[in-house]
Design a protein around this ligand. Structure first.
Ligand code: MG
Length: 367
């Protein structure tokens, strides 16, 4: 089987909550997402999705996905999309770095492998664990009272895991964590994600001010070393995210005992092939995981669901259904949240069918 064409559609994804805000005053109102299609000489077409969280979260931006595909695409024509290890080596040889550009192509090729073998991607990634997986809800940065009310509302919808966007003024962040914690019940899980927004001494101060609160602290500071210094001085379970973008730093963080849970995102690692490698290492090392992506719609959510559902339950801390945050549905067959849980589709491949009328014209074609 050979790749004969690669194309991409841009699609805008507005939010039900209008704006999503996180550390340092950063926000997004409409997400610019790229749906990547890979066509073959056998009639199979696979789809992937890449949606950066604006240009100021990871070293990634939406127009860069499409520019990168124009650069990468010609090297992939004629390659077998089912030979994913080889395909990833070809991508890495043709374009150094830029993992998010490669992510959509890699996801689309897993979709083709699933269609060609008649198996859901979830089963190809290791097997389906249980009936469904836990979802967390990200709580956009607002006043402490507003965030507490949001958590109460989402709790009433069935969510039991909440990720607060902190990383703002330290004293307001202390109030945010305390106000939200007061809404929780036994069995709930609370994460305070600073998204690199605290400086080291303030992070330690904030954690000590909430030392009696049952809360995980996620990515308090910009660098790995600052986070490690904080981690060593506070009692809370600790999550690393932005700094963990390849296997080298993941292994170092394990050796340093730098985290209890790691947040792995498909496009941050460079696709399902590479995140599977990191996920499987974490399973072997006993590290809990939040498995997700930076953002996206139905196709990204399907890829996330297959990855999360193929992960041993006790090590899957949480995952996300981004398609429930956005107002536009881009594919049929995508996972739908039921009581704050979702399941990977059972149809072959990703199990989604893109709505081409919603996607609009192709912005990139390599053939
Ligand atoms: Mg995070």
């Amino acid at each position: 089987m050979k790749i004969t064409r690669i194309f991409a559609h841009r699609v805008d994804l507005p939010l039900h909550e209008v704006t999503y805000k996180w550390s340092g005053g950063k926000s997004v109102t409409v997400f610019d997402s790229t749906i990547v299609g890979v066509e073959t000489d056998s009639g199979f077409i696979g789809y992937g999705e890449v949606c950066p969280l604006g240009p100021f979260y990871l070293p990634a931006y939406a127009k860069g996905v499409r520019a990168g595909l124009r650069e990468l695409g010609p090297h992939l024509l004629g390659e077998d999309p089912r030979q994913l290890g080889k395909l990833n080596r070809t991508m890495d040889a043709a374009l150094i770095g830029h993992p998010y550009v490669k992510s959509g192509v890699d996801i689309a090729c897993w979709d083709i492998l699933g269609q060609a073998t008649g198996l859901p991607v979830c089963e190809l990634l290791g097997g389906r664990y249980g009936e469904d997986v836990h979802l967390y809800r990200a709580i956009s940065q607002e006043s402490p009272e507003h965030m507490a009310a949001k958590v109460a509302g989402y709790r009433a919808e069935g969510y039991r895991r909440f990720q607060l966007k902190v990383g703002g003024d330290p004293d307001v962040d202390i109030a945010r964590i305390k106000a939200v914690a007061a809404e929780l019940q036994p069995g709930d899980r609370l994460v305070a994600d600073a998204n690199t927004g605290w400086v080291q001494h303030e992070a330690i101060r904030i954690a000590k001010a909430v030392q009696d609160v049952d809360v995980y602290i996620e990515q308090p500071c910009r660098t790995y070393e600052e986070c490690l210094a904080v981690r060593r001085q506070i009692p809370h379970p600790f999550v690393l995210d932005e700094n963990i973008d390849d296997l080298g730093i993941l292994l170092r963080a394990k050796a340093d005992l730098a985290m209890d849970v790691v947040n792995l995102k498909i496009s941050k690692l460079g696709g399902l092939t590479k995140i599977k490698q990191a996920r499987d290492l974490c399973v072997s090392m006993g590290i809990g995981m939040t498995l997700e992506d930076s953002w996206g719609g139905d196709i990204a959510t399907a890829a996330i669901a297959h990855l999360a559902h193929s992960t041993p339950t006790e090590l899957l801390f949480s995952t996300t259904d981004f398609n429930s945050y956005v107002t536009v549905s881009t594919a049929d067959g995508a996972p739908q949240r039921v009581n704050s849980r979702m399941a990977a589709p059972r149809a072959p491949g990703l199990g989604v069918r893109p709505k081409l009328d919603v996607l609009g014209p192709r912005e990139v074609v390599v053939e």
